[in-house]
Design a protein around this ligand. Sequence first.
Ligand code: AP5
Length: 207
Amino acid sequence: MFGPPGVGKGTITEMIKEEMDIAHISTGDLLREAVKNKTELGLQAKSYMDSGDLVPDSIVLSLLKERITRCNGYILDGFPRDIEQAEALEKEGIKIDKVIDLKAPDETVIDRIASRRICSNCKAVYNLLFMKPKEENKCDLCQGELIQREDDKPESVKHRLEVYHKKTQPLIDFYRNKGLLIEIDASPNDPKIVYSNVIKAFRASVA
Ligand code: AP5
């Protein structure tokens, strides 16, 4: 699952996971978990994440390989992030079948990130404008407190978008040239519409 920060990669992947019983592997989540648990890799990753920079490949690849060996089918969310990571995947013999590219303008994703809240306990994702919790500031699933992600502050978001345009966007052509790219308009402010567009386009691509 590919696209700029805050476009909805995690949200749409979770919807597919519920429907199709497939693992959702988010390198952002793996890294946040490592930071929270203060593992050696997490401690090394923290400063990169807080400033909105990419974490070095060696750290991300270690976490990813360990996770991938534990499942059969999976959706990768937030990986690969640049051409080097895509080539590293190929070297490891990890095959990608399709690349779903969620597209939306920078202004749209900035609004989504500014209004995103996550559960401090179970990590469920909400949005104060578009996916509101039933009770203010409380997770619907576990009643945990809703908080803002450390890297969702405006300075980090601006830098994350710059990094995306410079390093990650070139991957679109890399996968288009391999005939794997499925492009989706992710600008509607309703995840159900985006999800339905993804499913239709995916089915058409394998028909
Ligand atoms: P990561 O966690 O991957 O962050 P990201 O790519 O910036 O993506 P986000 O998690 O911010 O957004 P999303 O697209 O999943 O959107 P979401 O579904 O939450 O990475 C974080 C950091 O980790 C990186 O900056 C880097 O430091 C490091 N990192 C991670 N992977 C790495 C790698 N491979 N290599 C090196 N470093 C790596 O939705 C956003 C909000 O919008 C939510 O509130 C949601 O409810 C709402 N929403 C979703 N869809 C819609 C919709 N259609 N309409 C309205 N609201 C919507």
